[in-house]
Design a protein around this ligand. Structure first.
Ligand code: C2E
Ligand code: MG
Ligand code: MG
Length: 639
């Protein structure tokens, strides 16, 4: 029989290309990746030896018997070991090499037996022999090699299908494709034995693995040329399933700010230097650039002393500037150590730690357990918000607002309450920011607005002396479309007009989203709503922003009152009193009505009355109370 070696030759070139790609392009430095390289090498050896063996079989005078023998043994060795290594590769992909050691040793048994059988062939000639003309022929025991190869492949199919949870769908498809494409030509070769298709098809299968599982283009960060967050995520999946790995997180703060300051190009140059530095310091471990100035290093079996040494070294290095000339900058750095998998329970927690931004001004060590605790609390709050929205169990409490001029309760602030059956009272200071971040504040805001309107109408609050109710408006609501339509719709439903609602907007909102906010306020104001500026004086006091906005009431934050006159501190600080007095005077001169919140004591009330503040709100008068209690309270105080 004359063997056609053209397919084998083509396969050699394709294999060389794959090997080039794996070796010279920066790859996934995972163990699985190294096993893939072994797979490629074995495949390459099989190709060369198959070409030599087939050529010498075509023409027995072409090579010596020794070369023919070597190529046959090498071919059979590499092809059979390949099936075994493929299963090992799967073990590494699934992360079983450390967790399922027994199974790992078990799969070594068949290949051990095969190799004994193969290399004892000169004694029994059961695998192959040559006839008188020097022609290569299979012996009686050759089928055993087939049986073992098929057994390995069946096991590989089983792992790729039934253990594919640890693999993405693309990965397990690529593996099945490899198995199928390696076996299909065997059938063709039974019919057309002279066409050596097996290795060519196997090469196509390896190519499939290269472009899916081992593809590097989507795992490299183009800025720094090191592995990216996606690659880290893949490696972490392995690390979470095994033991003894440590993730070191290294973050610089506020990348956007620095990008603006010195330009993207210069900042990218600095990031490149940082990543080079980290690669040098952590030379035997994999470094990742997760973007936004977040780097990570995945270390296999690193000692605490070594981590300590590296931490000191990195802090020391970051005290000095990066980059060159006028574009050199020194940053604070955050260094975090996460032992895997002990320190984190879930992959979600781990990714949160990697992604959480570092806002510090000084270099510091990450408090991993606190981050996890905060995150879990946040997740819990999100769950409780969803539950409360679903069960309509949010409540609205009312805190009376006293009119200094009339001596009556003229309005009230509506304050949202989340009281969970299991977790009790959750402060709005805690759940409102969470709701703002995940958008549920829109629903909460709508609920509160409707609840207030219903109560206003049902309890006939107007007749009880309440001119309007103050409703807190979140920035997120201000940025949402159709806010006016939503509010108008609700007012109509309860036959109310917008004059019965005064919307409170916090001072911080006016600084961050001025333009959008202004648009919303104007639209709502044209609809007849009035506005209060909440928390005035909490650090964002830029009076210029207020000019453009139609606020009627300014609510001076309780912290300003408390600084001036706190029950525990008695007399208060002279400067704080001066600040309060002048703030009130200035705002009055600007024709704003003044509301001071947080009035807890008689002294505070007297001081504010002396300053002729228009409205007072605080525990001295009443805490926020349930709606029915509030209605009853009004009947007494406003009688
Ligand atoms: P805020 O709008 O500044 O509301 C005033 C807060 O001060 C309320 O806290 C109130 O209970 C508290 N307070 C009033 N007088 C006193 C006092 O004399 N002593 C003390 N210690 N505290 C006093 P609360 O109800 O915990 O609400 C906190 C914040 O949560 C509110 O601050 C507001 O920003 C937000 N919030 C509450 N309900 C809603 C809502 O329905 N929507 C939105 N967007 N935010 C809300
Ligand atoms: Mg308020
Ligand atoms: Mg306030």
């Amino acid at each position: 029989m004359y063997y056609h070696i053209e397919f084998d030759i083509a396969a050699v070139f394709v294999t060389l290309f794959i090997m080039y790609y794996v070796i010279f392009k920066k790859g996934l430095r995972r163990h699985a990746n190294r096993v893939f390289l072994i797979l490629l090498l074995l495949h390459f050896v099989a190709e060369i030896s198959d070409i030599l063996a087939s050529a010498s079989s075509n023409d027995p005078y072409l090579t010596t018997r020794l070369i023919q023998n070597i190529s046959n043994y090498t071919y059979l060795f590499s092809q059979n070991v390949l099936a075994f290594v493929f299963v090992v590769y799967l073990f590494y992909l699934l992360g079983y090499e450390k967790t399922r050691k027994f199974a790992f040793w078990l799969i070594c048994i068949p290949i051990g037996a095969e190799l004994v059988l193969l290399f004892s062939n000169p004694l029994h000639h059961g695998i192959f022999y040559y006839d008188e003309t020097g022609k290569y022929l299979h012996g009686d025991l050759f089928f055993i090699l087939y049986v073992f190869a098929i057994a390995y492949m069946v096991f590989a199919v089983y792992l790729s299908i039934f253990h594919s949870k640890a693999l993405t769908r693309g990965k397990s498809t690529a593996l099945l494709f490899f198995i199928f494409i390696s076996f299909a030509p065997m059938i063709i070769q039974m019919i057309l034995p002279e066409y050596l298709l097996t290795l060519f098809f196997e090469t196509l299968g390896l190519m499939g693995i290269l472009f899916t599982i081992e593809n590097k283009d989507d795992i490299i960060n183009p800025t720094t040329g090191i592995l990216n967050r996606f690659a880290l995520e893949n490696a972490l999946e392995d690390a979470m399933r095994s033991k003894g790995q440590t993730l070191i997180s290294i973050k610089i703060p506020n990348l956007n700010y620095y990008n603006k300051m010195i330009g993207f190009e210069n900042m990218n140059d600095i990031l490149g230097r940082i990543s080079d530095y980290l690669e040098k310091e952590f030379h035997s471990h994999s470094c990742y650039d997760c973007g936004r100035g977040h780097f990570a290093v995945l270390c296999d079996n690193i000692s605490e002393e070594e981590i300590d040494r590296l931490q000191k070294k990195i802090f020391y290095r970051f005290e000095k500037a990066w980059g060159k000339g006028k574009f050199s900058l020194a940053f604070p750095v955050q260094f975090g150590v996460i032992h895997l998998p002990e320190d984190v329970k879930t992959m979600e927690n781990l990714l949160m730690i990697i992604d959480a931004s570092f806002d510090g001004k000084d270099s510091s060590v990450m408090d991993v357990s606190k981050m996890i605790m905060d995150y879990e609390r946040r997740v819990l709050i999100e769950r409780l918000i969803d539950k409360a929205l679903k069960n309509q169990s949010f409540q609205v409490y009312y805190q009376p607002i006293w009119n200094f001029h009339t001596g009556k309760v003229q309005s009230a602030e509506a304050l949202c309450r989340l009281i969970d059956d299991e977790y009790g009272f959750i402060s709005p200071e805690e759940f409102i920011p969470v709701a703002e971040q995940n958008g549920t504040v829109l629903e909460i805001g709508k609920f509160v607005f409707e609840e207030v309107c219903r109560f206003y109408q049902e309890a006939r609050l107007k007749e009880l002396g309440i001119s309007y109710v103050e409703v807190n408006l979140s920035v997120i609501q201000c940025m949402s479309r159709n806010l006016k339509e939503t509010f108008d719709g609700i007012l109509k439903k309860y036959s109310l007009d917008s004059g019965c609602i005064n919307l409170e907007i916090t001072e911080s909102a006016t600084v961050d989203n001025q333009k959008v906010l202004l648009n919303t306020i104007e639209t709502l104001s044209n609809s007849g709503f009035t506005f209060s500026l909440d928390d005035y004086g909490t650090g964002y006091s830029n009076i210029a922003y207020m000019y453009d906005m139609p606020f009627t009431i300014i609510k001076i934050d309780k912290s300003i009152l408390w600084k001036a006159l706190h029950p525990e501190e008695g007399e208060g600080q002279r400067n704080a009193v001066i600040y309060l007095e002048n703030t009130v005077r200035m705002l009055k001169d600007m024709n704003y009505s003044i509301l001071v919140e947080g009035v807890e004591t008689l002294e505070q009330k007297l001081l504010l009355e002396k300053l002729e503040c228009d409205f007072l709100q605080g525990y001295y008068f009443s805490k926020p109370i349930q709606k029915q209690v509030f209605a009853d309270y009004l009947k007494v105080v406003n009688a």
